[in-house]
Design a protein. Structure first.
Length: 74
């Protein structure tokens, strides 16, 4: 579970530096980091913290993010 006090801190994850697939987009790549971020809508009520996965695509390109719950080992 993500908490505000973990913000801006890398979180350990069993799949770090391993090949994963983003279930939402089907894109595969290397899991580079997991961080806690505020994902609330700007101007919206309150804060919403989530664990975000940073994935570097296998075939190159720009790193992208997805919810940690959307990744699976490849």
């Amino acid at each position: 579970m993500a908490h505000r006090h973990d913000a801006e801190t890398d979180i350990p994850h069993a799949l770090l530096r391993k090949q994963v697939r983003d279930i939402a987009s089907g894109t595969a790549g290397t899991l580079m980091a997991v961080r806690v971020e505020n994902v609330a809508t700007a101007g919206g009520p309150g804060e919403r913290w989530a664990e975000i996965a940073y994935i570097r695509p296998t075939r190159g390109g720009i790193e992208f993010t997805t919810a940690v719950s959307n990744i699976e080992p490849r």
